[in-house]
Design a protein around this ligand. Sequence first.
Ligand SMILES: *Cc1c(COP(=O)(O)O)cnc(C)c1O
Length: 338
Amino acid sequence: MGTIKLSREALIHNFDIIAHQVGGKDKIAVVLKDNAYGHGAVMIAHSAAQYGIKQAVVRLEREADEVAEFFDNVLILGDYPTKLNPTYSYVINSIEAIERFARGSRVELKIDTGMHRNGIVLSELEEAFKRINQAGLVCVGVMSHLRASDTLSSEWFWQRRNFDEIKAKASVLAQSYGWRLRFHLSNSGGAFRSSACEDDIVRVGIALYGCLEMEHTLPQPDLKPVLSLWGDRVATRALKKGERVGYNGIYEAISDEVVSTYDLGYANGLDRLASNRYTTPEGIALRGRISMDNAAFATDKDELLIFNNANDYARSVGTIGYEILACLDKDLKREWVN
Ligand SMILES: *Cc1c(COP(=O)(O)O)cnc(C)c1O
């Protein structure tokens, strides 16, 4: 099976840029959901902790269990508590959800400041706080999420303004319940939209992994991709002109050429839509259909770099780097290379 190689040098380079941008390491919460965007949650958690990061974000409680030892607090975006853990906090994504949390749980209230996905609407704040208190929960944060942080439009500005209003209201209300709240709005794109971070933390995912792409009119930070995907050669064929490769023979050799199969396919996250149209960073063409566990390339190299920037691969199939990374097989071998 293919291999994922991770660059610690790139990771630290990215951390340095992000920390400088947001005003220090203490403001960074590393987003480790979905196996740290395919990088390997425990490997990234370990390195983040070594760098001095104290906060993490995941989606599920069982993901939190995997990385809890490395952090002071783990925020769980989309799950309900099965135990009381003083270092976990759980996002409340709707007002009806409040009754599903066990008494004593630490929660953070998500506000819909304009994305219209999860969270309570602005006018529900007082009611939500009342219900959280009645349910015996401890509110430790108020948060929201940006819907267009990477594009130049007015959206970032009005979500920011809505959140600032909520911050002011929530701070006053929290005093009457005796809660100490933290506030956070920005993801990676948001962190690079203004020179000062006005919140307590930013939740950084894609920038950390070096694949943040801001719209061309916005400043583009000089980040480095952390992950590269490699294949090992399985077999080599010398094709004669006119011979065809793989399922349904969709690639036909236009002259004599050498092709080899490599040990990863769509079951490992190599999106099948790249069949017959992708070219590696070294200029080596993918030949024919990607199959479940194999893909053919026009080379006989023993070890082949498939991609070193998920955004490039994503472009060839019409999607985004996030999806390519998040779909990388959990069972792929992962190793640090520097
Ligand atoms: C995934 C996620 C993030 C991280 O977003 P990036 O664009 O990768 O930085 C932040 N906040 C929430 C709520 C998320 O779901």
